[in-house]
Every structure is written in C-alpha cells, then in structure tokens.
Design a protein around this ligand. Structure first.
Ligand code: ADP
Ligand code: MG
Length: 330
C-alpha cells in the first residue's frame, strides 16, 4: 500500500503540492481529479522520485520511500506516450527489460501485449498504430518491468472524446485484472467516475475531499467541489430555521443559519412549459439530443437542458423535479 503524508513541493512562490495526504490500497484504483494546474503531475513526480518534496513522507507498506526513481519499482505513464518511432512495438515494450535474457524478455513482452489486447502487434511500427493503440502500447511498456504501483498521468488526455470513453472502459477492465494498485490522474470527471474505487479531488495543490465516488457525488464537501464535479447550478441564498430559500420555495437543509450557497444537483431542474419558474435564455447550444440552455432568472444563471429549441432572449419556464438542495455556508 502506498501512503503519502503531508507532502509539499514549492517552486519559488508557487506551492504546487500543499500538504497532500493520500493512500492507495492494494488492488484499488485511486483517481486524483483536479483542474489543470492543481498539482496532479507534481504529486506523481514526487511519488516517482523525479522531484524531491520540501516536506512530508512517502511510504510503501510502512517503509519510507526516498531512494532514486529506478529503486522505487513504480511505473509512471505520461499523457504523451512518446514511443520510440524507429523501434517496433515489441522493442518499445521491452525497452526497460535490458537486464532480462532475450528469451525471457520476449516472453514478458508477449505477456504484457496480450494484457493490453495487442498480442499480434509486436512487429508494427508506432506510425502504424491508432492513437488508442499507441496508448495501450505505452501502457504495456510501463507494465513490462512489473511495477508494484502503476501511476498514469492523464493517459487519455490527447485523445478525442469518443475514444476517451471507450479507452476508459477498457482501462477499467484491465485495472480490474491487474493486482497492482493504480494511481490515476485526470481533469475529466467522467473518467474519474468510470475508473475510481476512490477519488481525491485536488485544487491549488490541496486535496479537498477523498472518498468513494458515490460518496463524493452524493455529498460534495464544498460548493467548489460540487461545481467542479458538475453541480453547475448554484445560487446565493439564505438559511433560516433549517431551511434555505430557493427560487422554488423553502427546502430543508442541514446548515447553520446565515448566508449560504444553494447547490442544485444536475438534472434536478428541467424545462417545463407550465413550470413555476421563468427566466431568459442567454445561451443556447445544440448537444445532439436536445439543447443546452443558460437561463438567467432573478440574478442567477441556471444550466438547463431542453428537448425543444429556444433562441437567445426567449422566456423559458422551468421546474424543480427533485427538491434535494445542498447548502454550504458562504
Ligand atoms: P497539473 O498536473 O494538475 O496540471 P502541475 O503539477 O503540472 O499541475 O502544476 C502545478 C503548479 O506548479 C502549476 O502552477 C505549475 O505552473 C507549477 N509547476 C509545476 N512544475 C513546475 C516547475 N518545474 N517549475 C515551476 N513551476 C512548476
Ligand atoms: Mg499535469
């Protein structure tokens, strides 16, 4: 098990990683989810030993880990897979296995290529691979030395949306087969949901919340975390006597009296011709199945979806279908 405790790394005035604590249990997939610049790559580089922390400790099964990168037995795969263009797939995958006898090396390469479902690709050159295949070759190369921890830094970042979805599902299956614990970094909440046993939400160098994805999506720790994971509809409000006032009446919440941010779960507000609320469409975009609307109502902008087309400036009526509202002290 990997344990990271109070890890910090500063670059001049920037604290890239700020007191991060994290565990990656055996046989689990931990996803660090955070916006660009939140310190995710720095965290992985610290764990890999490419960078040295200013504070804090990294332990494996209770033992401090502080040696050089090659002694750590941690595999790290980057977004840019950077296969050697002049070497075939098998040679790329076997690159880190120089100490093995040639027949053992060949066997190991065949084994990991089969794991990533590219058993017959050994003789292909990198320019004969699709983006997704190249990514799987890079993964095979990372797995070849049999690391005790697998770290992936936005491995699907350079691929298009459709391929990302497909590959995230494939990766999920692969991770389930692997014994090795996985620490996976992404800014994409869909990937995090698809893959994680445990999610750590990171922003500005700090871990803001950790837990099972179901738990985090059920009860985000702050309005910021909620917004980041897709609870886009938020409004300033007030709580009094255990209720918060919302555009559709008072709703019970578990927060102290005073100014709050009311957060509406995704899909809890729907366009409805006879709905009690109304506003003006300020943005309309087609999403393939219907329309994404931004609707300004009483000083708050709501994100809604509609099966019917509206134009900017139209009045839009809407309703709450679910009176679950989360409230956070302001
Ligand atoms: P992420 O991977 O989440 O996008 P990074 O870990 O790459 O974030 O960066 C976190 C912060 O640290 C950013 O503000 C970035 O500019 C800064 N940073 C990262 N590496 C360096 C470096 N080698 N020198 C100076 N600043 C850095
Ligand atoms: Mg990064």
């Amino acid at each position: 098990m990997l344990e990271v405790q109070s890890l910090s790394k500063r670059y001049g005035q920037t604290t890239a990683v700020d007191g991060v604590s994290l565990t990656v249990p055996k046989g689990s997939v931990t996803v660090v989810l955070g916006p660009s610049g939140s310190g995710k790559s720095t965290l992985l580089r610290l764990i890999a030993g490419i960078e040295q922390p200013d504070e804090g400790e990294i332990r494996w099964d209770g033992e401090p880990v502080s040696g050089p990168t090659h002694e750590r037995d941690f595999g790290l795969m980057f977004q840019t897979h950077a296969l050697f263009p002049h070497m075939d797939v098998a040679t790329n995958v076997g690159f880190g296995l120089a100490e093995l006898a040639p027949d053992l090396r060949r066997a190991r390469v065949a084994e990991v290529l089969a794991m990533v479902r590219l058993a017959s690709f050994g003789h292909r050159m990198p320019d004969q691979l699709s983006g997704g295949e190249a990514q799987r070759v890079a993964l095979a190369r990372t797995l070849a030395p049999d690391p005790r921890l697998l770290m992936l830094d936005e491995p699907l970042g350079s691929l298009d949306q459709q391929l990302r979805k497909e590959l995230a599902l494939e990766l999920g299956e692969l991770f389930a087969e692997l014994e090795v614990p996985v620490l996976y970094v992404t800014h994409d909440q869909g990937e995090a949901l698809a893959l994680a046993d445990q999610v750590a939400i990171m922003a500005a160098g700090k871990v803001l919340q950790r837990g099972a994805p179901e738990h985090i999506w059920e009860r985000p720790a702050s309005a910021f975390v909620a917004g980041f994971i897709g609870y886009e509809n938020q409004a300033e409000s007030n709580a009094a006597g255990g209720k918060v006032s919302t555009p559709f009446g008072p709703v019970s919440v578990d927060v102290a009296d005073g100014p709050v941010v009311a957060v509406f779960p995704p899909d809890s507000l729907v366009v409805n011709r006879t709905g009690p609320l109304s506003g003006m469409a300020t943005m309309v975009s087609f999403n393939g199945r219907g329309y994404d609307l931004r609707v300004a109502s009483d000083g708050t902008e709501f994100e809604l979806t509609s099966p019917e087309r509206y134009s900017v400036g139209d009045q839009v009526r809407f309703a709450a279908v679910d009176n679950r509202v989360l409230a956070y002290e302001r």
